[in-house]
Design a protein around this ligand. Sequence first.
Ligand code: E4P
Length: 218
Amino acid sequence: MKFFVDTADVAEIRELAETGLLDGVTTNPSLIAKTGRDFLEVVKEICAVVEGPVSAEVTALDSATMIAEGRKLAGLAKNIAVKVPLTWDGLKACKALTSEGTMVNVTLCFSANQALLAAKAGATFVSPFIGRLDDLNLDGMELIREIREIYDNYPALQTEILAASIRNANHVKESALAGADVATVPPAVLKGLATHPLTDKGLEMFLSDWKKTGQKIL
Ligand code: E4P
């Protein structure tokens, strides 16, 4: 499973990229607004930090302007994935941009039928929003399972399932079990995946016993 980080904070992206475990980045207009920085400038900077896909979202609602915005964003760097909303205009823009060789992430997906349309439009990624469905007492993970099953029925569909709106470590594990290709994870949740109280306790014991031997490896 690929790990993307869901943030537009360049310092956090840089720190995670140094682990060598980061496969890409997703941003959205809300995350850009949080930085208080210029959109194009921050996206360009992120693209220089990570080699993998960096999602940057269009803000137009009509397909013609979405395509124009998408072309401008794609011109910023080779690893841009243009993010378009899952509307008919977004699907039209997806088809046009992917035909030109641009990666497209179709976002705000809340149903399996929407995901099927995104794949038919040639999307590189489709982003089902788990947390926002869970917020409404619906089952976000069930959506991932449904999309996986549908895509697997039609091997010609090459769209990757990008589990989005992830709120906790369980969402990451469940997405992996459900067969999502990618999880985009907030930095704090991503960092938390490596921690376990028994790991800390075990390490403390090993090091205290090692100290008693008086030995050194280097
Ligand atoms: C990423 O592509 C999505 O925009 C993001 O995961 C949405 O997360 P949220 O529902 O926590 O805002």
